[in-house]
Design a protein around this ligand. Structure first.
Ligand code: HEC
Ligand code: HEC
Ligand code: HEC
Length: 468
């Protein structure tokens, strides 16, 4: 609500600019509907190319309600302005995009305008998709038009006045939207440019990983500086990355491909879907994205590198069971909050997180965890309350939920203890309140099946799963 108040002030300005934008951008015309599109017109190779591109764009995640037909829309996307529902993008002529010509589809991706000429909300990340080439859009179109048509209409958006007026989007676009294809940086390698094209365009990494201003637009000054997505923190993936072990091209490529990394843990929440989808891409594209993101992160300085090496040495040493058992006992002082946290940790967490079980079935030693070292504790609160549900088709969870066995104070004590013990960063504030707001649903969190587990390397073996 506070966000809404802050935003309200800006709305007047937006409305004014919208009036100007209305004339400047001109009202977008309707593009003529087409008769039923003949599926046979699309080349099989083009459709398959479209399938891979749709995976990079994560279209299915936003355009599908879990358990409902794919691409039929209707998923609620909470934004600071209200709830926006994704639309049906199956080729159903009445309720989907069955009457859209390729031209209409290309325009939606490039300009964020629907077939009839209405401006679309940037919850549809066309501020990124605008960089997609015509050729790739053609493949996406071929893929979507050959999906199963589904007759289904999304619920009306729940947006208060004036956000319910699509006209103000003309003003928003004038201020914040830069239309246009990706321009290669000729000083960089071909691989780097391929990665940048995918990450900044279809992959829309910045839609979650870059902070937004009060108009919901991405702040170009803080590219990849950390953002929010569906109740999760999307950590900074630039030079401000809070990861204790600096990411590099290799670890990024492994994580994006497998959904986990031994020094970084499993990808969770909305990121689980991203890494799950990237599984369709050829290794060369994954490597390209990793090359680009690693260059945005930059090389760690000598101090950070030395600290990382010390941490890794410490972790491999503490995997001797005697040391693991001794540590929590020494830290525990019964009666104090720290002591309570230490006792809960020793009883509930240490068994899986002492590093003695290989990942992804064992838990990450917490001194390596971005979640424990991040400025904002939201993700660790989410994981402790809700656990990590199994990947689709797997029976057992990755990590059990503790929301039912620990009350708000206990979770807060536990997290305060973990922060103190496993990180040099300052203590988190207002933990009890944050846990309570998350538990009550006031802070909405999307819980998704965890990726990575189903694609753990063969030699780890499913029998090492987190069945206890
Ligand atoms: C982050 C969520 C999100 C992702 C990812 C996403 N969309 Fe959407 N999309 C939306 C929302 C929300 C709307 C409705 C916007 C509105 O009502 O103004 C939408 C609308 C559209 C529309 C306009 C449909 C119509 O009937 O007006 C098309 C076409 C579309 N999306 C295609 C795609 C494709 C193709 C991809 C993948 C490359 C994709 N979307 C990925 C959220 C998303
Ligand atoms: C739909 C939102 C969303 C999109 C799109 C997205 N991410 Fe993420 N990402 C997240 C969230 C949320 C997390 C934190 C997840 C967690 O705690 O495991 C995350 C975590 C990560 C991490 C781990 C950071 C760390 O230090 O632990 C990396 C690396 C990453 N994302 C890279 C990418 C790249 C590269 C892309 C684009 C190809 C991308 N992400 C697209 C939401 C997103
Ligand atoms: C049954 C084994 C098990 C238990 C018990 C368990 N976890 Fe986990 N946990 C895992 C696995 C497996 C993962 C996924 C690998 C990873 O990311 O660390 C995980 C991941 C996590 C993560 C994400 C770490 C990261 O940055 O990647 C956090 C935070 C976490 N657990 C906290 C806890 C806390 C706190 C407790 C005790 C209340 C606990 N876990 C108990 C198995 C367990």
């Amino acid at each position: 609500m506070r966000v809404l108040m802050r935003v309200a002030a800006g709305v007047l300005i937006l409305l004014l600019i919208a009036a100007v934008g209305f004339f400047a951008l001109a009202w977008k015309g309707e593009i003529e509907p087409v008769a039923a599109v003949d599926r046979a017109q699309f080349d099989q190779e083009l459709i398959e190319q479209g399938a891979r591109l749709a995976a990079v764009g994560n279209c299915i995640a936003c355009h599908t309600v879990p358990g409902q037909p794919a691409f039929a829309g209707g998923l609620a996307l909470p934004t600071p302005f209200g709830t926006i529902y994704s639309t049906n993008i199956t080729p159903d002529p009445e309720t989907g995009i069955g009457k859209w010509s390729e031209e209409a589809f290309q325009r939606a991706m490039r300009e964020g305008v629907d077939r009839e000429g209405n401006h679309l909300y940037p919850a549809f990340p066309y501020d990124h998709y605008t960089r997609v080439t015509d050729e790739d859009n053609r493949a996406l179109y071929a893929f979507l038009m050959t999906r199963q048509p589904v007759n289904s209409t999304a619920p009306e958006n729940e947006l208060p006045f004036p956000y319910n007026m699509r006209m103000i989007l003309a003003g928003w676009k004038l201020l914040f939207f830069e239309e246009g294809a990706y321009h290669p940086d000729t000083a960089q390698s071909e691989e780097w440019n391929r990665g940048a094209y995918l990450a900044e365009g279809l992959g829309h990494c910045g839609a979650c990983h870059s902070p937004r201003n009060r108009f919901g637009a991405i702040d170009p000054e803080r590219h990849f500086g950390g953002g929010e997505a569906e109740g999760w923190q999307a950590y900074a993936i630039n030079t401000e990355s809070p990861a204790p072990i600096p990411w590099d091209q290799e670890s990024l490529a492994f994580y994006l491909r497998q959904g986990w990394h031994e020094h970084h843990g499993v990808s969770r929440g909305p990121m689980a879907e991203v890494t799950g989808n990237l599984g369709l891409l050829p290794d060369s594209d994954i490597a390209a994205i990793a090359t680009y993101v690693a260059s945005v992160m930059g090389e760690p300085d000598a101090e950070r590198q030395a600290r990382a090496e010390a941490l890794l040495a410490e972790v491999s040493q503490s995997q001797s069971p005697a040391l693991v058992d001794a540590a929590p006992a020494a830290a525990a002082q019964p009666g104090s909050a720290q002591g309570d946290g230490a006792a809960i940790y020793a009883g509930a967490c240490a068994g899986c997180h002492d590093g003695s079980r290989p990942q992804p079935f064992g838990g990450l030693p917490f001194s390596l965890s971005t979640a424990v070292n991040a400025p904002n504790p939201q993700n660790i609160v989410n994981v402790v309350l809700y656990g990590l549900p199994p990947a689709d088709g797997e029976a057992t969870s990755v990590m059990p939920a503790f929301g039912g066995v620990l009350n708000d104070e206990q979770v807060a004590d536990l997290l305060a203890y973990m922060r103190e013990r496993f990180s040099d960063a300052p203590a988190w504030e207002n933990l009890v309140e944050l846990v309570a707001r998350t538990r009550s649903g006031e802070h909405k969190v999307a819980i998704r099946p965890s990726d990575g587990i189903e694609r753990g390397p063969e030699n780890v073996g499913a029998s090492g799963g987190a069945e206890d």
